[in-house]
Design a protein around this ligand. Sequence first.
Ligand code: GLN
Length: 545
Amino acid sequence: MMPGKIEKVKIVCLTGGVISSLGKGITAAALGNLLKRRGYSIGIMKLDPYINLDPGTMSPFQHGEVYVTADGVETDLDIGHYERFLETDFTKSHNVTAGQIYDSVIRRERAGDYLGKTVQVIPHITDEIKSRILSVAKNFDLLIVEIGGTVGDIESLPFLEAIRQLKREIGQKNIAYLHLTLVPFLETTGEFKTKPTQHSVASLREIGIHPDVVLCRSKKNLDEEVREKISLFGDVELESVVSVPDVSSIYNVPNILKESGFDIRVLELLSLPLEKTNESAEKFGKEWDKFASSLLPHEEKIRVGIVGKYVGLHDAYKSVAEAVVHASAKKNVSSELVWIDSEAVERGIADLAQLDAMIVPGGFGERGVEGKITAIKYARENSLPFLGICLGLQCAITEFARNVCMLPGAHSVEFDEETKYPVIHIMDAQKGLKQKGGTMRLGVYPCRLRKNTIASMAYLKADYSEEEVFERHRHRYEVNNAYRDRLAENGMIFSGLSPDGLLVEIIELPKHKYFVATQFHPEFRSRPTSPHPLFLGLIEAAIKK
Ligand code: GLN
């Protein structure tokens, strides 16, 4: 590719420095949100420097939730933030890992595409990274590219080198570099410390990237003096040192950034007009403002328990937590999330009586499963509003089979291969699969709703179809149809099925305030201004309680 050849794309690259977990994903998503309000079509992609092809096989303890896109790809949880802040569905091309880059380069090498050449990080790996970025960028007015990791990591280097090279290829006016750092506040001396930021900017410059904007995460707004210092040492304009203080909700970040004129600065850097006003952008902005203002602490408060085994790391259930926020805002209540370790339920030391609603989210592996089943029994017997998701549905079936249908020892074959009553079993297509990565039922599948059920009514009320809905999946096991009659005879309703009727998608118990469980993951489709109907149903039931 020759310099200046590609002119149409506009790209914003966001890197991070000093420490990880500063909220780069939220910052990228918030910028996207602001630019969408100005009428631009915005794409965001995440480049992850790890070797895994996708995060599907990583532990949620380490990496947080695995987000699933509509096209059935397991991605980084930041893609969830992008989809929520932009209210747009993205595809697999929006999460690229070093593993994917190396995989395609090595495949091409084997196919003989580089015959005679030595395949190297520069140019082959960096070319592949650039081509992935450019092929996404051409679909949008502007593409935001978030580089995972922190400047200084060995793994990030090829990615940083690739975005450095992009400037020469697409032209200076078409690319902007943003750098997010931490500016710690020293309580003892009562001052902000800019040294880590200075070092971080210096490391970035060492590899040839001169940031256009430095975003500074800090406890509170930075003083003018501190910004001046960063401007001087970092060699960036004063108005390009943007303060990003802690806020009570991530959904307030767009407004904080807007107040500093950050979005305007980015458009100026890219020589783009400030507005491309159109009706849908205005509507989007208005709805978002309404949503953000409905996040204020409400008088009415409810406690929503999330019973899981990864509760030590809240990021593991990111989308579930956000779906509760969206639904609560719509219903004008404040929800407090109560994290309940399912193993604590097993040991009998969890306080379930404090809850107004219970969610049992998805999961893998046996640990904590009995605790989930016990928690669900409590919800069923005490008419506590309940939403089970994926493994949550499977545990609800197991609990009902054991305690209501009198099938002692009923279980999922995932946890007990020898069970006498395998109420949850493996799909034929999955049998014998040895490979672990990417071998599940993933992505969007249709679900037919049964009329006049709690589920169909919830969808109808939220303006969805009352007949067929499309929801995202990530699982291997399914309800065993051999037990459907027995479960139904005892009062369980199958309110959602696959169109061929063979797969159970939603179950519910009618003689209960709200007892609904889904084989799919409704949380992946919840958006700030359009909360998921089944979460709305749960929150509504909790308020009535
Ligand atoms: N482990 C279960 C399965 O694979 C549930 C998966 C999940 O909850 N996402 O079917």
